[in-house]
Design a protein around this ligand. Structure first.
Ligand code: VTB
Ligand code: MG
Ligand code: MG
Length: 328
C-alpha cells in the first residue's frame, strides 16, 4: 500500500512533524496535573493545575509560540492568556490555541469526557477569539458534500437535507447538541422532526469530532452553540480528520464586538468555513483526564501513570493514538 503523503523535505511550508510529539508531551503533562483533582469538587484548582503544567511544558519546546486562544485576557489570568509568548524560542513561529481543561465540571465531578486540548498552526492560521465568546456551529462528516447543510438554515431543513443525502428517514438521523436551556427551541424542533438527539452535558470539542466520525459514533450532525474557542479547536481537529463545519460568532454585546475588532474581525456576522477557522498546516492534540468517548482518562498505577492521547496533523492527515506510561 502506498501512503498518500510522505515527508519529503521539499513540500511547501508546514509545521515540522516532530512538533506533533512535542504537543503530546504538553497535553499529557496537563492531563496528569488535572487528574489529581478529579472528583474533588474544585473546578478552579483542577483548571489551575492543568494551566500551570501546560505552560511549563510548552516552555520547554523549541518554538517561538504565541497564545491566540487561551484562558482569558492578560489582565484576568496569569498564564496562557491571549497574546502570551510561549516556548523556549529559537524555533518556528507558531500560534497556539488551548483549552487546558475542557470540561472542568466533568473533571471536578469525575464524570466522563474531560480532556486537555491544544492546537497549533503557522502564524495567523487560527481564528482569534476571546474566551467569553460563543459560536453557532454546524458539522457533518466528509462523506457528504459541504453544501448539504448550512448554518443559516433551520434545524429541520438541515436534518431533512442530511437524511436525503444519506438515504435514510429522518428518524435514523442522530444529532449531537449541548444540553442547555438556550437550546430548548432547537431541541423541540429536532424532536418534532423525529431526530434522535444525543445531549452533551459539556465538552463540545469532542461533540463536533463525534459528528464527523459517524461510522464510529453513530452521530450524523452537530447543531447548536457552544464556546467559540472550543469551535476553533474542533475546527483544527476536523482539518486533520476531514468533515465539514461552519461557525458564526455570537458577538452580542458592544464589548465583545469591540474586542473582536481588535482581534481582526471586521464583519461580526461572517460565516466561517472550516478552512477559515483553522487554516494552513495544523496540529491537534487531546489527552484524556477522565475516561471518555474520545480518549481514556489518566490511569494511576503503582509507580506509574498512564495517559491516552489522540494527536493529529493536517498536512499528512495522520491520526495517532498514543498510550504512554510515565514513571512517578
Ligand atoms: C461548550 C463546552 C464546554 O461550555 O463550549 C460549553 O465545550 C459552552 O456553553 O465544555 P456554556 O457556557 O453554556 O456551558 C462548556 O460546557 C464548559 O466550558
Ligand atoms: Mg478552559
Ligand atoms: Mg472549555
Amino acid at each position: 500500500m502506498k501512503l498518500s503523503k510522505v515527508e519529503d523535505g521539499k513540500s511547501p511550508s508546514h509545521l515540522h512533524r516532530t512538533l506533533a510529539l512535542e504537543m503530546v508531551r504538553v497535553t499529557e503533562r496537563a492531563a496528569i496535573a488535572a487528574a489529581e483533582w478529579r472528583g474533588k469538587g474544585n473546578e478552579k484548582a483542577a483548571d489551575d493545575a492543568a494551566v500551570a503544567a501546560m505552560k511549563d511544558e510548552l516552555d520547554r519546546v523549541s518554538i517561538s509560540g504565541r497564545i491566540v486562544i487561551g484562558e482569558g485576557e492578560e489582565f484576568e489570568c496569569d498564564n496562557l492568556f491571549i497574546g502570551q509568548p510561549v516556548g523556549a524560542g529559537q524555533g518556528a513561529e507558531v500560534d497556539i490555541a488551548v483549552d487546558p481543561l475542557e470540561g472542568v465540571t466533568l473533571c471536578a465531578k469525575n464524570q466522563p469526557d474531560s480532556i486537555v486540548v491544544l492546537a497549533m498552526a503557522e502564524r495567523g492560521g487560527l481564528l482569534n477569539v476571546a474566551r467569553n465568546v460563543y459560536m453557532h456551529k454546524i458539522a457533518i462528516g466528509a462523506a457528504y458534500a459541504p453544501e448539504t447543510v448550512h448554518i443559516e438554515w433551520s434545524a429541520t431543513e438541515n436534518v431533512r437535507a442530511l437524511a436525503k443525502a444519506k438515504g435514510v428517514p429522518i428518524s435514523e438521523i442522530t444529532a449531537i447538541v449541548l444540553d442547555r436551556p438556550r437550546h430548548a427551541g432547537l431541541l423541540e424542533e429536532l424532536r418534532t422532526a423525529g431526530v434522535s438527539v444525543k445531549l452533551l452535558s459539556d465538552g463540545d470539542i469532542a461533540g463536533v469530532i463525534h459528528a464527523v466520525n459517524t461510522e464510529d459514533t453513530g452521530v450524523d450532525i452537530y447543531l447548536g452553540s457552544g464556546g467559540a474557542p472550543e469551535g476553533v479547536l474542533a475546527a483544527a481537529a476536523l482539518r486533520c480528520i476531514g468533515g465539514h463545519m461552519q461557525g458564526k460568532l455570537i458577538l452580542d454585546t458592544p464589548d465583545k464586538r469591540h474586542r473582536a475588532r481588535e482581534m481582526g474581525i471586521t464583519d461580526p456576522n461572517r460565516i466561517y468555513a472550516l478552512e477559515e477557522l483553522a487554516a494552513g498546516d495544523v496540529l491537534f492534540s487531546a489527552t484524556g483526564v477522565t475516561d471518555g468517548s474520545l480518549v481514556e482518562g489518566v490511569k494511576l498505577r503503582r509507580g506509574s501513570v498512564e495517559t491516552s492521547t489522540v494527536v493529529m496533523r493536517s498536512w499528512s492527515q495522520t491520526t495517532r493514538w498514543i498510550r504512554a506510561r510515565h514513571a512517578r
